[in-house]
Design a protein around this ligand. Sequence first.
Ligand SMILES: Nc1ncnc2c1ncn2[C@@H]1O[C@H](COP(=O)(O)OP(=O)(O)OP(=O)(O)O)[C@@H](O)[C@H]1O
Ligand SMILES: [Mn+2]
Length: 312
Amino acid sequence: MTGGTQLKLLVTFSSGEKAALKPMRQPRDYETPADLFYFNDYERHNAEIAAFHLSRLLGFHWAPPVAGRRLNITAEVLLRTKNAELIQTFFSSPAGNMCFHGECAMYCDSAHAVCGRPDVIEASLAAMLPPLHVAPRHTWLHPWRRTYSKHQTKAVWEVYDKYCQFITKVFPYSQVQRLLDLVDMAVLDFLIGNMDRHHYETFANFGTDSFPLLIDQAKGFGKSTHDEMTILAPLYQCCIIRETTHLRLIALERDELELGSKLKFSMRRDTLDPVLTEQHLHAVNRRLRKVIAVVGQCILETNTQSVVINGN
Ligand SMILES: Nc1ncnc2c1ncn2[C@@H]1O[C@H](COP(=O)(O)OP(=O)(O)OP(=O)(O)O)[C@@H](O)[C@H]1O
Ligand SMILES: [Mn+2]
């Protein structure tokens, strides 16, 4: 797959259906080092799978379905692809395993190859959206995007408290619906720990009524003991949340079966079960309580009617 910074393959099934494949790069319990910037972090196939399941539990049905698979890279990639450049990147490692690195803007060289055991790998497969000529999409810069710079590490919204008052004057955020969508997206990203939401896409034909698509959650689930509060900036700076989302978060928090357990249960039938470590499932429960506390703080500072918005 061209486009994007890290290795992805476009897979075609015998039925003709297509999927975007992200290979496993590191063990599930590998924690992102503290000195690594979010933009240098590897993508995690299991984060894509888990984020899809979690988005459904939250009632955000905006993510293409993602499932885990084990595949043989010799039989199912090397011997099937007609892409000569991809074939060129295959090699046998010193340990005798089959590896490849593909082509992309980052981490596509022999030092960062994907290696099988001896040629079997784990991967996430996301169902491809309809092609652009069928369902054209619009790409938007995320107003709360980070800087992606090692020198200038803070964006305007990180230093300017009143950023939301500025953004609500700008189209399409002057319409509360899109802002509420971004708050929902921030809640999901906070629960998974995804700091890498630089752009988002909508279906062009639906105009400003389109929900934002949840594509690319692969930077989630990198740090199980850290809760990155700044991901919630759209929530705590605007102090608004959709009523249905708020009610669902509270219901999930009060349920005897914790959200982490629901997530585990939801992913039980995935080929790659267990998709998440217990530490990451615990982190989801802990973060859910933090989201609800942030909403509670907003309500304390203003009032319920202005924070919890219904009908949108
Ligand atoms: N399931 C999908 N259906 C259709 N298009 C997709 C799908 N997944 C990814 N894409 C397209 O490929 C692009 C890159 O995918 P993704 O963001 O997952 O990779 P990435 O390497 O992290 O890219 P970036 O570094 O730009 O964020 C997306 O912006 C999207 O346009
Ligand atoms: Mn990405």
